[in-house]
Every structure is written in structure tokens, then in C-alpha cells.
Write a protein that binds this ligand. Structure first.
Ligand SMILES: Cc1ncc(COP(=O)(O)O)c(C=O)c1O
Length: 331
């Protein structure tokens, strides 16, 4: 399978068969040199911070294409939880947030820490549990813990009927599962998993109507319309579009994020068809174990033999190595 002429199966160069993108996605080969160059320029004192702005402009376009959004609706940041905190910090005190039991804490904690009432229900009951008392439905497209995929359309439809704000965490989805950001009010995505970005890169999609309902509680100098011209003093001068939710970028990392995005967006449907790293990605995804590698060990992980592959199209899973949820691995 190729993406814009480049074979995806040769775009990554892991030392062995890599199955752990649910923990972090490996950098494609094309991302290595730009990151090294940025780091080297930083060491030499020759890095031009303005060069990151052009990279971000392009990254917003690429990411928007991936999730069917407008580039002006895309904000950038570092991690998921501060982005969710923007929503949590914008709600009326004691708002009622509906969430899935056992969802990832970077999605749940910001609401709980802000003092909102977070009600959790089983993932497969999320849509039917939305009612007129629900202010927000916050859920992951794919559960980090066990790979279950939410019924995105059903939840979006139920929330729409009851006027609830939807916050989708697509961190475990974007890059392999098609996501239509227009179905949701807010979409947050950490870049370092299936988007194969360095850790410390994240996106938030907020459309025009929703962003006027939110307060940019993390606003810093990069939230400005022309950040370099408004570094000092008041009044508050925020970007008109979703860039008002930007947090100033971790410069060097974005130089590696962009080539990864370009690679992924060149592939129309990365979801179910590509073969990469020597394994059908659907199978790798189904396995997708969080801690396949032995982190405490200094030696490389022992190669694993996999049996009884689940069918392609299964979701990524984050399972502790040795748990019952990863029984098909044999050393
Ligand atoms: C669903 C989900 N969201 C977010 C994250 C990462 O959160 P943060 O960017 O706050 O570290 C993870 C990491 O495992 C995740 O699985």
C-alpha cells in the first residue's frame, strides 16, 4: 500500500515488529531528520522560532483534513488534559457531565477537579443515558483501557436532541479510525499515539459556534491573533478563530509532527487496509498492547510470536503485558 507514492510499509523503521502505538506511535523516518535539525539548531543558537509558525499553519491544514474540519477550527497544545480543562473551566459551576465508566483520566479529571458532577455509565449505554439534565457528554472514541469503540453517531445524535455539549477524545482513534469532527462540539487529540507525533503535541477542534461558548482559560501570548505582535501588556487580544485556544508550541517537536501528519493524510484510508511493520495493522491494532515492551529492562524486548489474531478492523487496545487481555502473545 502506498501513500502518495511512498510505501507506508517502509515509512517506519522500528528495530523489530512494533505493536505498541496505543502507548506511543513510532516516528516515521521522514520525521527524524527535521527533529534532529531543529534540535541541532537549538544547540547552536541558530534555531528560528518563527519557522515553527509556518510548520503549525501546515499542521493545522493537514490535521483538519484528517478529521474533516476547517484549519481555523484547529487549536494546538501539548497534552489532552489542559485542553479538556478549557471546557471544564467554561461550564457553569456544578454542571452535569456524562462520561463512560473507566474512561481515561485526562478526560475525566478536568471535569471532576473543576467541581462538576461527573456521572459515569457503561460505554454501550452512553447514548441512551443522555437526558435533558446533561450539560456535557465527554467520551473517548476508542477506550484506552480495552479498545472498545464508541458508537460515535449515536452519542452525537442523542446529545444533539438534548442540547448537550459533546467532547470527544479521539487520541486512540485519529490516525487509524476515520473521525468526523463536525459531529462534535469539541474534539481533543493527543498526537503521540496513532498520529505518530512526538509526545507534547496535541490538537483541539472547536467550531465557530462552540468557541464563543468557551473561555480560553489557558490563554497565553500564543492565543493572540498575531502572537509576535502582542507579547506584552493588556488588553486581552485573542485570535478570532480557534487559535485563541492555542498554547505556545513546543517548537522542536512540531518539526517532527508535520512529516508524520503529511504521511498519514496522504493515505486516504489508513484504517483497515495497510500493512506496515510486517503485520496487518488491523491485527496489530487489535493487539495494540500498552506495555508489550518491558520498560524496566535495558535489553530489547524478546520478539513475540502471536497466535489467534483477531480480525482486521478491531480497535487498538492498551493492555498490560501478561494480563489476561493479551493471551495471544507467546515468547
Ligand atoms: C484516550 C486518551 N486520551 C488522552 C491520553 C493522553 O492524555 P494526556 O495528553 O493528558 O497525557 C491518553 C493516553 O493514554 C489516552 O489514551
Amino acid at each position: 500500500v502506498t501513500a502518495g507514492g511512498a510505501a507506508l510499509s517502509t515509512a517506519f523503521t522500528p528495530s523489530g515488529t512494533y505493536l505498541d502505538a496505543a502507548t506511543y506511535g513510532p516516528a516515521p523516518e521522514t520525521a527524524v531528520a527535521p527533529r534532529q535539525a531543529a534540535t541541532a539548531h537549538g544547540a547552536a543558537g541558530t534555531y528560528d522560532p518563527l519557522s515553527c509558525d509556518a510548520v503549525l499553519d501546515r499542521a493545522r491544514i493537514m490535521f483538519a483534513r484528517l478529521v474533516q474540519a476547517q484549519p481555523g477550527d484547529v487549536a494546538i497544545g501539548h497534552q489532552v488534559s489542559p485542553m479538556v480543562s478549557v471546557v471544564a473551566g467554561s461550564l457553569s459551576p456544578g454542571a452535569c457531565v456524562l462520561a463512560a465508566e473507566g474512561d481515561f483520566t485526562s478526560l475525566l479529571f478536568p471535569f471532576a477537579a473543576a467541581g462538576h458532577e461527573v456521572r459515569t455509565v457503561p460505554l454501550d449505554r452512553l447514548a441512551e443515558e443522555v437526558d435533558s439534565g446533561t450539560d456535557v457528554v465527554a467520551f473517548s472514541a476508542v477506550q484506552s483501557a480495552d479498545g472498545r469503540v464508541a458508537d460515535l453517531s449515536a452519542v452525537a445524535a442523542a446529545a444533539h436532541v438534548h442540547g448537550a455539549l459533546t467532547v470527544l477524545d479521539a487520541t486512540q482513534a485519529c490516525g487509524w479510525l476515520p473521525v468526523d469532527a463536525q459531529q462534535f462540539d469539541v474534539v481533543v487529540v493527543g498526537g503521540y499515539k496513532w498520529l505518530c507525533h512526538p509526545r507534547g503535541t496535541a490538537f483541539m477542534v472547536v467550531g465557530a459556534v462552540t468557541r464563543d461558548r468557551l473561555r480560553a482559560v489557558n490563554a497565553g501570548w500564543y492565543a493572540g491573533e498575531r502572537p509576535w505582535e502582542t507579547c506584552y501588556g493588556l488588553p486581552l487580544r485573542q485570535a478570532a478563530d480557534a487559535r485563541r485556544f492555542d498554547v505556545s508550541p513546543a517548537w522542536f517537536l512540531w518539526h517532527a509532527a508535520l512529516p508524520a501528519l503529511e504521511l498519514l493524510t496522504r493515505s486516504a484510508s489508513i484504517a483497515s487496509t495497510i500493512t506496515t511493520w510486517g503485520w496487518p495493522i488491523g491485527s496489530a491494532r487489535a493487539l495494540g498492547c500498552r506495555r508489550l515492551t518491558r520498560r524496566s529492562s535495558r535489553s530489547p524486548p524478546t520478539p513475540m510470536r502471536a497466535t489467534g489474531w483477531p480480525p482486521p478492523g478491531s480497535a487498538p487496545r492498551s493492555a498490560p503485558a501478561g494480563s489476561e487481555s493479551a493471551p495471544s502473545l507467546q515468547r
